[in-house]
Design a protein around this ligand. Sequence first.
Ligand code: 13P
Length: 256
Amino acid sequence: MKRTPVIAGNWKMNKTPAEAADLAVALARSLGGLTGVEVVLCPPFVSLPAVGAAVKSTRIALGAQNIHWEKSGAFTGEVSAPMLAGLCSHVIIGHSERRQYFGETDASVNKKVKAALASGLTPIICVGELPAEYEAEQTGVVVSWQMRGAYADLAAEEAARTVVAYEPVWAIGTGKAATGAGANAVIGLHIRGMLADLYGSALADGVRIQYGGSVTPANIAEFMSQPDIDGALVGGASLKAPDFEAIVQAVFKAKS
Ligand code: 13P
């Protein structure tokens, strides 16, 4: 099964709308025409319109970093999937920073995944173990549990429209990336393997699974050489146009 690689830039809580537009304009110029690789930019909510304008009429897609699971109501400070549906096509769900700082659980991740799919958004579902869990060799258990939680009661047709990002928490923002083989093993066994258990191997073979955690232009090729890794969710390096361009170009080279 040949899966189209998907590279997403998670800008996290960085850049004003004007700064975000500048970065998006630069990326639109260099990457806007690329085929065979899906590129998704995920700026903060307030920058979605500016970045959307910059990448309009290019092949670059736009994503948000979070949603609420309800459509509307008394949820001060929150943004719903229907509100985003006209602005972007993707949404990151269950990032470890949201789990760590904002109390997200597997149950809330599951509700958000369903809300995203109901509004036609592609969820990028994040899973990954904490440093202590990694030390205790609990990676498989933790990731399997997170996967089961995220996909609870999801129909096959819905599961087929998801993207997963394996982000070991010890690798995020630390400069200590996983090895390609290490990440591939977790993804193959516990992420694609879990999808195969839940939905069968034909469906599992079609779902794109990214690696995330200290991805750079120097290490992206190692990840892309792995059979079960279909792209990356990039944090820090996605904030600098030359670095993100180099990462995307390397993916293009690796998989075309
Ligand atoms: P870094 O690439 O900065 O390690 O961040 C990874 C990440 O959390 C992407 O969602």
